[in-house]
Design a binder for this molecule. Structure first.
Ligand SMILES: O=C([O-])CC(=O)C(=O)O
Ligand SMILES: [Mg+2]
Length: 562
């Protein structure tokens, strides 16, 4: 028990105290508390420490033999005793992160209605559009500082999951707390239920959402507008993270709100920031610059284009022109390489389409240039997969890349594991272990010729918790591109490979608290420089980061008079 902190005054007693997950301590209520809160007899006699509770919970966790059951078990602890949940996750972060987050969270979203147990977060459904303020007022959290919001239309690489998408905001916010020290009391997951176009869900008798085709166009835009306005009225300073919106909505929503609210899109900007951070670390270790690389993408959706733009911004900051940077980036989607004469490009794709005059002399030049042709002609040194389509980094493509580049950097980032463009094992085997590989979902280390290669998880979870902590510690009013760029650089500085010339590309999860605090510091400094937060000395900023960092420890409770 953290006796150094002042006690909390509780207006509840009896069973209500055991049923409120943010304040429940279960068997750890002390004798004094059991007496003053009318808990005697509601719990077995023995008073436990949180470590004793965590050790029992861990034994139970281990007794489940599949990941989904483990996920359900942990979610149940989260819904009954959040402090214990976070202590358990903190004690076993590498083992539990794949259970509360990708890849298992994908399965949890697909089976959300079937596995439903208990409410968490807010569901704002389209038919309730006149009552949004009331819904926000029903939140069990009153002082919300971080919101993750989805409409469930593009959950990881799994497509439209309707209200099942709620698994994602819940999982992301668990990481805000586990990795970034944001108190769970300040977090709120929100799912917009605007219907679903997933025929399996519409026909599933268990489906718990609004059985209706997805709303689109003006009606959708007005609904999202009303939700954001209501959030802003209720919690004007909250940081809002947009998550897993479909490509057609993700970028327009970000453009609409980024200068209006304190918000960002995790798939576009968070994934971009972690990818740039990982690439910067790889370049630093190889003693080169990002601006010297040629980069091919498979997948030219909003995530791919977001990463490409962040890479270009970094290349330009290293001294090359914007035009030159764009010449070195090749976006391939299902129709082939994006070229500037293609009809129907999205706005965010046009700026990334290759100019035909630069590629006319390629062998096999045509309207649909394949990834293999891009690899053979452009000779990329970096290959990034954000296609959501498994297996597309074929042996032929990876070997062709390796034939032009001794140490190719290959990031198959699609999530969850079932959507990966190629497994790290295959990529390492095809390149005599010369490739540097990072994936979006976690993978086991790979052994080639007796040597073990750790696979870095290039996932936005390295970035958003630190950004959230930086925003909270400074009270920043916006998440700017420069703040995101600072997060990439900060992450790269924490890379063991960049620091020592060997070891893993990204820090160990066991070090994530220090990494998040460092990212928070660098992000916070930029927020202050740009005038998005009030000035603070570096010392005071560090102090604010520490002060905001919540730890899973029980506080003492005193009873208020009723
Ligand atoms: O959730 C993850 O693992 C990363 C992410 O944002 C996505 O794939 O949509
Ligand atoms: Mg996402």
């Amino acid at each position: 028990m953290d006796d150094n902190k002042r006690p909390l005054y509780m207006p509840f007693a009896g069973p209500a105290l055991l049923e409120a997950p943010l304040i429940n301590k279960g068997s750890a209520f002390t004798e004094e508390e059991r007496t003053s809160f009318n808990l005697e007899g509601l719990l077995p006699y023995y008073i436990e420490t949180i470590e004793e509770q965590a050790s029992r919970a861990y034994d139970q966790f281990r007794s489940f033999n599949n990941a989904l059951d483990k996920h359900i078990y942990l979610r149940n602890i989260q819904d009954t005793n959040e402090t214990l949940f976070y202590r358990l996750v903190q004690n076993h972060i590498s083992e539990m992160m794949p259970i509360i987050y990708t890849p298992t969270v994908g399965l949890a979203c697909e089976r959300f209605s079937k596995n439903w147990r208990r409410n968490r977060g807010l569901f704002i459904s389209y038919p309730a559009k006149e009552r949004i303020d009331d819904i926000l007022n029903n939140s069990t959290r009153h002082k919300v500082k971080v919101i993750v919001i989805t409409d469930g239309e593009r959950i990881l690489g799994l497509g439209d999951q309707g209200i099942g998408g709620m698994g994602i905001p819940i999982g992301k916010l668990s990481l805000y707390t586990s990795c970034g020290g944001i108190s769970p009391a300040y977090t709120l997951p929100i799912t917009l239920d605007v219907g679903t176009d997933n025929p399996h869900l519409l026909e599933d008798p268990m489906y718990m959402g609004w059985r209706h085709k997805r709303m689109g166009g003006e009606e959708y835009a007005e609904f999202v507008d009303s939700v954001l306005e209501a959030i802003h009225r209720r919690w004007p300073d909250a940081l809002i993270q947009f998550e897993d919106f479909a490509q057609k909505n993700a970028m327009p929503l970000l453009q609409r709100y980024k200068d209006k609210y304190c918000c960002f899109n995790d798939d576009i900007q968070g994934t971009a920031a972690v990818t740039v951070g990982s690439l910067l670390a790889a370049c630093k270790a190889a003693n080169t610059q990002l601006s010297e690389q040629r980069i091919a993408f498979l997948g030219a959706g909003s995530a791919g284009c977001g990463i490409a733009e962040a890479i270009i911004a970094q290349m330009v900051s290293e001294g090359i022109s914007d035009e030159q940077a764009r010449r070195q980036v090749f976006m391939v989607d299902r129709w082939g390489l994006l070229q500037d004469n293609m009809p129907n490009l999205h706005n965010f794709q046009s700026a990334l389409a290759q100019k035909r005059e630069y590629i006319e002399n390629w062998s096999n030049f045509c309207d649909n240039i394949s990834l293999l042709d891009v690899v053979n002609n452009a000779k990329p040194t970096i290959l990034i997969g954000v296609s959501g389509a498994p297996g597309l980094f074929s042996e032929e493509i990876i070997k062709a890349m390796h034939s032009h580049c001794a140490r190719p950097i290959v990031f198959p980032l699609s999530n969850p594991t079932s959507r990966v463009e190629a497994t790290p094992k295959d990529i390492l085997y095809w390149t005599d272990a010369q490739a540097l590989v990072a994936t979006g979902s976690p993978f086991e280390p790979v052994v080639v010729d007796g040597k073990t290669y750790e696979i870095a998880q290039c996932n936005n979870s390295y970035i958003f918790p630190g950004i959230g902590l930086g925003v909270l510690a400074t009270g920043a009013s916006r998440v700017s591109d420069e703040m995101l760029m600072a997060s990439s650089r900060a992450l790269a500085e924490c890379s063991p490979l960049a620091q020592n010339g060997e070891g893993s590309l990204l820090p160990r999860l066991e070090d994530i608290h220090a990494v998040s605090k460092y990212i928070a510091f660098e992000v916070g400094k930029v927020a202050i420089e740009q005038g998005y937060a009030l000035p603070k000395t570096d010392e005071l900023l560090k102090q604010a980061i520490e002060d905001n960092f919540w730890r899973p420890e029980y506080r003492r409770y005193r009873r208020t008079s009723f």
